[in-house]
Design a protein around this ligand. Structure first.
Ligand SMILES: *Cc1c(COP(=O)(O)O)cnc(C)c1O
Length: 407
């Protein structure tokens, strides 16, 4: 399976309206019908290849969806206007009022807030569990549970989910395993490990240029069609529709994904190893000291490495902020949320992307306030980057120069 995802992407071929090598961008919100009968049939979902209205589907969105289905090895995929647009549509499609979700406790802050707070409106409850503890997952399931939800590599703590084991538990209960694979496109292909529905925030690595927000749901054709159903589809009715122009630009950026992921991973592994040798508290799935290292090795496509994210705990929020400001001054990257950009992005998740999670719960899951999340960039000379980052850390007393100490 190791090269399959990239090969499947490579094999996609397009012939635009005028024979262009890129598909033409559909510049219409609505589509004409030559007969009224065909319009009626299209509403009923019965006409293959007919477009009705761009919230339902558009040629550009279908092209991008095809590429993402090839990436994840699913029958079909629906693109959405954001990652949250994908997540909320899937959850509301699968759950009715009074239902229950079993979710990892280390997930994206927005997903956590949606489950914990927003779903109260529908009396849908979520049990947040340690996703690496299979007994805890199995114990949390009730007759009302409608899905197990996790991230393949979690945000921000980089916990690695055992997708095969989780799929086994969910299938014993006849419920789907939903996996957010935003942190590990190409590296992990959840469906090949038994997951049923795979979600991405395209905003991150897949688009890779930090110029738009977008998302996708990858799954069976039946499930993807159900999301688009004009009467009952959460995708169609909640209206999180991606614009065609953006779909076209994301599709173009996706073509370099395999090269970018390799470089992000190579650079992140280099820095993680150096930081660890310097005695820093670094978390990276590519380090043998990481609790999910072996699981990651078992599940990953080795040619794409261990991913572009690492965390560093520098002890306090003050130190974290000082280091991030200094690194930005030295042009080492941006003090910004998000991930997958060509420059390194760093932020302190406790006070930003995971601030929705109450402080006590952050502590319990190991999210200290001195934690910095790095999305490592495509730096050409990573040794130089390392030396400059080390200089910043020495300047702030985060790394105490061993040679100076010996003197
Ligand atoms: C960013 C992110 C999301 C949300 O995606 P948006 O495109 O910002 O809506 C969901 N899950 C993970 C893991 C993310 O990193």
């Amino acid at each position: 399976m190791s090269r399959k995802a990239a090969n499947d992407l490579q094999d996609l071929q397009y012939f635009g309206e005028y024979g262009g090598v890129n598909p033409s961008i559909s510049d219409s919100s609505t589509y004409t019908f030559l007969s009224a009968k065909t319009m009626f049939d299209t509403f009923e979902g019965n006409t293959e290849g007919c477009y009705l209205y761009s919230r339902h589907s558009s040629p550009s969105n279908l092209y991008l969806g095809e590429a993402l289905a090839a990436l994840e090895g699913t029958e079909s995929a629906n693109v959405t206007a954001s990652g949250m647009g994908a997540i909320t549509a899937v959850i509301l499609q699968l759950c009715n009022a009074g239902d229950h979700i079993v979710s990892s406790r280390t997930i994206y802050g927005g997903t956590y807030a949606f489950m914990k707070n927003f779903l109260k409106k529908f009396a849908i409850e979520t049990s947040f569990v340690d996703i690496t503890d299979m007994d805890a997952v199995a114990r949390a399931i009730t007759p009302k549970t409608k899905m197990i939800y996790c991230e393949s590599v979690s945000n921000p703590l980089l916990e690695v989910a055992d997708i095969s084991a989780l799929a086994k538990i969910s299938h014993q209960q006849d419920i789907p395993l939903v996996v957010d694979n935003t942190f590990s496109p190409l590296t992990i292909r959840p469906v090949s490990l038994g997951a049923d529905i795979v979600i991405h925030s395209l905003t991150k690595f897949i688009n890779g240029t930090s110029d738009c927000v977008a998302g996708v749901v990858c799954g069976t054709t039946d499930f993807c069609l159900s999301l688009k159903d004009v009467n009952h589809g959460a995708g169609m009715l909640l209206g999180s529709t991606l614009d065609s122009q953006r779909a076209a630009s994301i599709l173009k950026n996706m073509r370099t994904l395999h090269i970018r992921i390799q470089k992000h991973s190579e650079n992140a592994l280099f820095l993680a190893q150096k930081f660890e040798a310097d005695g820093l508290r670094v978390v990276y799935p590519g380090l043998p000291t990481h609790t999910g290292h072996l699981k990651m090795k078992e599940q990953m496509n080795p040619q794409y490495g261990f991913g572009g994210l690492l965390t560093l705990d520098v002890g306090s929020l003050e130190q974290a902020n000082a280091l991030m400001e200094l690194m930005q001054d030295k042009k080492l990257g941006y003090l910004a949320v998000s991930l997958g950009f060509y420059k390194t992005l760093f932020s302190a998740p406790g006070s930003s992307t995971s601030s929705e999670i109450p402080i006590e719960e952050q502590k319990e899951m190991g999210l200290g306030d001195g934690l910095i999340r790095f999305s490592i960039g495509l730096d050409n000379d990573i040794q130089r980057t390392y030396e400059q980052m080390k200089d910043c850390m020495e300047q702030l007393g985060i790394i105490v120069d061993k040679i100076t100490l010996r003197k």
